[in-house]
Design a protein around this ligand. Structure first.
Ligand code: DX5
Ligand code: ZN
Length: 233
């Protein structure tokens, strides 16, 4: 049923969350594409700057307008350099959760606090080859609401899930059981009905899926199928 604990360490069942990524949506119909995932827990918004990753998407004005029409909260994933400068803006414009990359933030503790004081949950992401161990104290110390373990190299949708990240997900899940506040463990990249089961078994509880949702005939049915598969493990 996914990783779970209370702040006192007693077992509890957490809610498994499905966050479709609009990177795989039809960009000419983004409002309708958001309406099509109203059964999801949030929409995953990939912000890319063509420097941190070799791809470019949207910035604050577009994200702000999309948030106004979205039926679900926004989970923003910033694949940008200079995260310290730009991340707080996404909290100011009403995004419920803002995730910066550990590799791009100069002062992650200050940044996480700033995001929270601007009313957003604070998330930190790790590229597939970035170890989690240097960040364990930060995670245990209650500074973050979410850890994102990338399960593909960030930059593009539709890539294959990197199995090599599973031990890191497992170690992170174990470490998060002892944290002072609940920290969600998100995976992003190559999540399908098949790989979601392995990620859930390893301890992830928030699942980003782009092509698996927007590549399906019926996005709502794809979300339901992902939920069933994650809950089974
Ligand atoms: C990749 C993005 C992902 C992407 C996932 O850099 O961070 O959110 O949209 O797409 P799929 O689910 O197709 O791998
Ligand atoms: Zn993403």
């Amino acid at each position: 049923m996914g990783r779970a604990s209370t702040t006192r360490g007693a077992p509890a069942v957490t809610h498994l969350r499905i966050h479709p990524s609009i990177l795989s949506a039809d960009f000419a119909r983004l409002g309708e594409e958001l309406a099509a995932i109203s059964t999801a827990d949030a929409a995953h918004i990939d912000v890319m700057d063509n420097h941190f990753v070799p791809n470019l998407t949207w910035g604050p004005p577009v994200v702000q307008r999309l948030r106004e029409v979205s039926p679900v909260p926004f989970d923003v994933h910033l694949m940008i350099e200079d995260a310290d400068r730009w991340a707080p803006r996404y909290a100011e414009i009403g995004c419920e959760s803002v995730t910066f990359h550990a590799e791009a933030a100069i002062a992650p503790i200050k940044l996480a606090r700033q995001l929270r004081s601007n009313g957003a949950q604070a998330g930190m992401a790790l590229r597939p080859a970035t170890p989690v161990e240097p960040y364990l104290d930060l995670l245990a110390g209650g500074e973050l609401d979410l850890l994102l373990v990338m399960t593909v190299e960030p930059g593009f949708g539709g890539q294959a899930f990197l199995e090599v990240t599973l031990p890191k997900i497992r170690r992170a899940a174990q470490a998060l059981l002892g944290s002072q506040v609940p920290v969600a463990l998100q995976v992003d990249g190559g999540i399908t009905e098949e790989t979601i089961a392995r990620a859930a078994e390893a301890g992830a509880d928030v699942f980003v899926a782009g092509s698996a949702v927007y590549g399906a005939q019926d996005p709502a049915e794809a979300i339901a199928a992902l939920r069933r598969s994650a809950a089974r493990s």
